[in-house]
Design a protein around this ligand. Sequence first.
Ligand SMILES: *[C@@H]1O[C@H](CO)[C@@H](O)[C@H](O)[C@H]1NC(C)=O
Ligand SMILES: *[C@@H]1O[C@H](CO)[C@@H](O)[C@H](O)[C@H]1NC(C)=O
Ligand SMILES: *[C@@H]1O[C@H](CO)[C@@H](O)[C@H](O)[C@H]1NC(C)=O
Ligand SMILES: *[C@@H]1O[C@H](CO)[C@@H](O)[C@H](O)[C@H]1NC(C)=O
Ligand SMILES: *[C@@H]1O[C@H](CO)[C@@H](O)[C@H](O)[C@H]1NC(C)=O
Length: 391
Amino acid sequence: MLQLFSFLAIFYISLSNCDPQILRLKSIPSPIPNVEEGAKLYLASNDDNGLLKNIQVQTAGGSFTLDQINVNTANGNAKSIVIDGGLVISTSNSNADTSGLTGFLYLTTKKQADDPAFSVYVIKQAQTVSTTQPNSTVVILNTELDNDALVFDQPFKSSYVTNINQSPGSNLFFHWGFPSFNWNQTQITNQFFENPRILEMFDPDLKTINYTRLFFDHIEPLQIGLDYWYFTASEPMSMTMESKYVSDLVYTTTSVNTTGLVVNDFLFQEHVVKFQLDLTRVRTIGTLVSAIPIASQINVIFNQGGGISAQSYATNTIHAQSFTYMQPETLTINATSLLPGFFTCQYFGVTGDLLPPGTSTPSTTVAPTTSVVTTPVSSYNYKRSFLYSYN
Ligand SMILES: *[C@@H]1O[C@H](CO)[C@@H](O)[C@H](O)[C@H]1NC(C)=O
Ligand SMILES: *[C@@H]1O[C@H](CO)[C@@H](O)[C@H](O)[C@H]1NC(C)=O
Ligand SMILES: *[C@@H]1O[C@H](CO)[C@@H](O)[C@H](O)[C@H]1NC(C)=O
Ligand SMILES: *[C@@H]1O[C@H](CO)[C@@H](O)[C@H](O)[C@H]1NC(C)=O
Ligand SMILES: *[C@@H]1O[C@H](CO)[C@@H](O)[C@H](O)[C@H]1NC(C)=O
C-alpha cells in the first residue's frame, strides 16, 4: 500500500480549549496542550508492545507505560487512564522507532469520561461492540491493518462491521470524526450511515407530504476505512467489529432489501454494487452521500438496462439524500481521479409497495451530473436533493 497522508485530518480543527483530541504516537507534542482534568486517555495501537513499553505516561494518579493500556477491560471496552494532575508523556524510543509507530492516543473531555452512556472501543480481532444505555455514544478507534496484504486500495485502518442487532424502533447513526466537547446525537452534518433512513415524500408538485421511516433488518458488511469514527444509538444494541479490509470493487448484495456503504478517504477505484431484485414489485432505491472532492468529481450511478439515475458531486456536499423508484441491476461509484478525496455513500434498495405508485414518481428529465449541495436545516427537515435521468 502506498504511504500517503490521511485526508481526513483536515476536518478536525480544534473547536475549543477543552475539545477532545487525537495524538499520534509518532508525533506527540510536549507539553500536551488543553488536557482537561478528569478526562480519559485511550490508546489505539497494534504497535510492538516492546516499543509501547518505552513510552511513559505520567499523571498525579500514577505512572504508566503504554503497553499497560494496550488491552481491553473485561467488558471489551478499551482500557483507559483518568487524567489527574496534568499529563506528561515521554519516550525512550529512538527517533526511527518513534516515526514508525502507527497508533494514536485519544483524549476525551471530563464530561465524556463521566458519562455512563459514552464508551470507547479499540478494534483489533473480531469482538462484540455493544451499548447497554439508551442514547449512547460509542467511539471506535481503529488499529493499523496488516500492510503485507498488497491490496492496492486498502486503507491504513478500517473497521469491518457485521451482525448489527438493532430493534426496529431504534435509531443507529454512524458519524465521522470524534465527538466534540459539545457533541449531541442529533448532529447530522457528519452522519454517514443511518438505520433507519427517513425518506421525505413529495406530491407531484414537490410539496412534502410526509416522512417515511425505512428500517433495514438486513445490512451488508460495512467497511469504514477511517482511523476513528463514532456511532450514536437510541437504544441498547450490539454488533461485531473487526480490524479487517476486504476488497469490494465488485460486490453483490446478500438480500433484496438491503443497505450498504462505501467510504473513501484514500485511493479509490470504481466500485460496482450488484443488486438482487424482485421484478414483481415496486422498488425504492437511494443514497445518502457526503463528498468533499479534491479536484475530482465523484459519480453515483444506478444502472437499469440502458438507463441510469446519476448524481455527481464536484463541490462539497454534506448529507445529501436522494431516492427514486427503479429496478437497477447495479450501482456504480467512480471518480475522475485516483485520489478523489473524502466521501461516503450509503446506498439502499427495498422492494415492496412502500410508496403509493403515482404519488411521487419523479419526473424523468432533469439533467444528470450536476453537483448537489444540501444544508440540513434541522434533523429530519431536509432539502430535497434529487436529480433524475432515466432513459
Ligand atoms: C433519548 O433522546 C431522546 C431525543 O433527544 C429523548 O426524547 C429521550 O427522552 C432520551 N431517552 C433517554 C432514556 O434519555
Ligand atoms: C446539536 O449539534 C448541532 C451541531 O453542532 C447543533 O446545530 C444543534 O443545535 C445541536 N442540537 C442540540 C439539541 O443541542
Ligand atoms: C404519507 O402519505 C401517503 C400519501 O398521502 C400515505 O399513503 C401514507 O400513508 C403516508 N405515510 C405516513 C407515514 O403518514
Ligand atoms: C463511471 O461509470 C459510468 C457508468 O459505468 C461510466 O459511464 C463513466 O464513464 C465512468 N466515469 C469514470 C470517470 O470512470
Ligand atoms: C422486502 O421488504 C418488503 C417490504 O417490507 C417485503 O414485503 C418483502 O417481503 C421483503 N423482501 C424480502 C426478500 O425480504
